[in-house]
Design a binder for this molecule. Structure first.
Ligand SMILES: *Cc1c(COP(=O)(O)O)cnc(C)c1O
Length: 382
């Protein structure tokens, strides 16, 4: 076994974080207290939106967004096949039908052309996914949405703090979801949030998170509350939000480290013809949740060996993602088959995610580079 294992991503928790969580554990409120609101306010302020509603996961936040968007039986929602299953499961939770538009093979983001082709009279919303931390072409997506009267819910689980044409993620869609799972840039353990400038969405999200119940009714008895829609218990705790608040203070530093690692990798791998580094996309500043490399055609058959060898060297590579429509559940439900999403499938077959996170030392970065170079060299018979 190697003496060290460098995961593809991980959290960085320091004494400030621990102090804040412990203080909240000793306070009067473990849940439904003041930290939730403080965290929401601070994230909204950082991202530049009016409203933020925190949830106990990014997945439940997406469910809330689909509910607020009014997705229901028969509605179609278009998303990308190269994503985590949560991006489309949220549509299923509301009775809608997820429709997948194949990716642009250069960027691995939803292809604008394919997106246009998938729009039908039943389409109600688009869920673009900012794969790896690069925001999608949101001007184009918003234009299509406007022309077709669609709601845009940006899956920004990878892209907190990223910029598109100088604008922060959070301000680019009708609703934007951020995830605070431990592998994401900042964490609350599990957690997520919806950002929006729309008061009607905000009101629906707040109710949905807590059983569909509201107490904001005029001229009633003080104990009175009303369940007005069917919601869930999707609340996040105060000690999680206390962690989120201290993590947020470090977000810019974490992104800076991730961007530096990407820059060093880009340079180190520039003349290795067997691998392609993630693209630098025009008008976009990525916050690099992932660093996905692609193997040259000649090495695609050796992906398994390359993956295994890197893992055995302690390089915690991973693969993002198995195209969602090819998951057995989706194949059975909707009849999707191999070959339906050629760009996504080719991407999946060649992709490997290298470690990129705020805990990596310079020695770790150099170790990953050396390991990748030597494994690629051996496998390509150079
Ligand atoms: C992490 C993630 C989510 C949300 O996941 P949670 O683990 O529920 O916070 C959604 N979409 C993508 C693309 C993700 O990576």
């Amino acid at each position: 076994m190697p003496k060290k294992f460098i995961p593809y991503s991980t959290q960085l928790i320091d004494s400030d974080d621990i102090k804040a969580v412990v203080a909240t554990l000793k306070s009067d409120f473990l849940t439904q207290g003041p930290k939730v609101n403080e965290f929401e306010r601070k994230i909204a302020e950082y991202c530049g939106t009016k409203y933020a509603v925190a949830f106990n996961s990014g997945t439940s936040a997406l469910h809330g967004a689909c509910f607020a968007a009014g997705i229901s039986n028969g509605d179609e929602v278009i998303t990308s096949p190269i994503t985590f299953v949560a991006s489309s499961n949220c549509v299923l939770y509301c009775g809608g039908k997820p429709v997948f538009a194949d990716i642009d093979p250069e960027t691995a983001l939803i292809s604008i052309k394919n997106l246009k082709d998938k729009i039908t009279p039943k389409t109600k919303a688009i869920i673009p996914v900012d794969y790896s931390g690069h925001p999608c072409d949101m001007d184009e997506i918003n234009k299509i949405a406007k022309e077709n009267n669609l709601i845009v819910i940006e899956d920004a689980a990878h892209s907190i703090g990223a910029l598109y044409k100088g604008k922060k993620v959070g301000t680019l869609a009708d609703m934007t979801m951020l995830s605070f799972h431990a592998v994401k840039q900042i964490t609350t353990g599990e957690g997520g949030i919806i950002l929006t400038d729309n008061k009607a969405y905000f009101d629906k999200l707040v109710k949905f998170r807590t059983h569909g119940i509201t107490r904001e009714i005029k001229d009633v008895d003080p104990w009175y509350y009303e369940m007005q829609t069917l919601g869930f218990n999707y609340r996040i705790t105060d000690f999680q939000c206390a962690l989120g608040i201290t993590q947020l203070k470090k977000l810019d530093k974490f992104i800076k480290i991730r961007r530096k690692i990407a820059f060093v990798y880009n340079k180190a791998f520039a003349n290795i013809k067997e691998i392609t580094c993630p693209p630098e996309i025009k008008n976009v500043i990525s916050s690099y949740h992932l660093y996905p490399i692609r193997l040259h055609e000649s090495l695609v058959d050796k992906k398994r060996q390359i993956f295994d060898e890197l893992r055995s060297l302690g390089v915690g590579v991973n693969v993002h993602y198995i195209p969602v429509p090819l998951q057995p559940y989706y194949q059975e439900m909707f009849g999707y088959q191999k070959g339906d999403f050629p760009a996504a499938e080719a991407f999946y077959e060649s992709e490997i995610s290298l470690p990129i996170h705020q805990k990596m030392t310079n020695a770790d970065i150099q170790y990953v580079i050396r390991s990748v170079k030597s494994v690629i060299k051996a496998q390509s018979g150079r």
